[in-house]
Design a protein around this ligand. Structure first.
Ligand code: KMH
Ligand code: ZN
Length: 283
């Protein structure tokens, strides 16, 4: 079986310090969490940013500040900004981090960013809206800017939308999917197998089990040959009733599971090979 890519979703837009005081808001806190995840074995940092008071923002300058600071401690990580942002943000707000250049690597835009392929209920009255036109615009921009999308899908219908967008030329193959299970769709072994069965041959995939589903989904994905996402965005507990001290602690648990199941962990260089990204070279 190939090596395991671990993504750390270190911050998210919705989770708060009231849920776990270790959730990062400030630049320093975001860097601390990225570093802990990277050192534990994460090769991809899925990034949301906050204002110092915790308010989610897609502000380009704030992303730039965080990415520059993360780069100092995670020199070769794949930094994957969110274009989902937070519920209620406009498309233009959400797209800002796709404009960020990293001149030291000759990058005109981030190597990856998320592309959410459908609309989803987020609990209560919250709806995360992604119309077909939003997906087309985001997909087209990502192709133009050379950003590989991590296609976030919260149910099987979103897989079908992504395939439709690929056929229309708005998403390039090979596609990389992130199955976010436990929000709109349940998170069982059957669900995950169904999702994996539904994506085109040659695609890669990772799973983000939400809340208590994080580690069971991780273990099944490791055994199936897929990849894994963990982090405070999805889950703040290391064990039942025990808050995680850091994103690194969540990543370490995945590394232990992988070891038990005989999967080696991919370095960032190996993750780029698996995902078809260009090597990261300093200019
Ligand atoms: N915070 C959610 C509304 C993504 O990063 O692309 C969107 C989200 C998905 O987290
Ligand atoms: Zn996210």
């Amino acid at each position: 079986m190939g090596k395991l890519i671990i993504t750390a979703a270190i911050c998210g837009a919705e989770v708060t310090k009231e849920q776990n005081p270790n959730v990062p808001y400030t630049v320093e806190e975001i860097v601390r969490e990225a570093e802990s995840a990277y050192k534990a074995g994460a090769s991809i940092i899925h990034l949301h940013v906050r204002k110092d008071d915790g308010t989610p923002t897609q502000d380009k300058a704030r992303f730039e500040e965080c990415m520059k600071a993360i780069r100092k401690v995670c020199p070769d990580a794949i930094i994957q900004p969110s274009t989902g942002g937070a519920v209620g943000m406009t498309d233009l707000e959400r797209l800002q981090p796709t404009e960020i250049e990293e001149a030291e690597f000759g990058l005109k835009a981030p190597e990856m960013a998320t592309l959410d392929c459908g609309t989803c209920n987020f609990g209560g009255d919250e709806v995360f809206v992604n119309t077909d036109n939003t997906i087309k615009n985001f997909g087209k921009l990502m192709i133009e800017r050379g950003v590989k999308p991590e296609i976030e899908v919260f149910d099987k219908g979103m897989v079908d939308i992504a395939i439709k967008m690929h056929k229309k030329g708005f998403i390039s193959a090979p596609m990389h999917f992130d199955f976010v299970l436990g929000v709109q769709m349940t998170a069982t072994a059957r669900d995950l197998a169904f999702m994996v069965d539904s994506i085109p041959a040659g695609s890669t995939w990772t799973v983000a089990g939400i809340g208590r589903h994080e580690f069971p989904m991780a273990a099944i994905a490791i055994a199936m040959g897929g990849h894994v996402r963990v982090g405070f965005e999805d889950n703040t507990y290391i064990d039942k009733g025990v808050l995680a001290k850091s994103n690194g602690e969540l990543v370490e648990k995945v590394v232990r599971l992988a070891k038990e199941l005989g999967r080696e962990i991919a370095t960032p260089t190996e993750a780029r090979e698996i995902l078809g990204l260009k090597p990261l070279n300093r200019k």
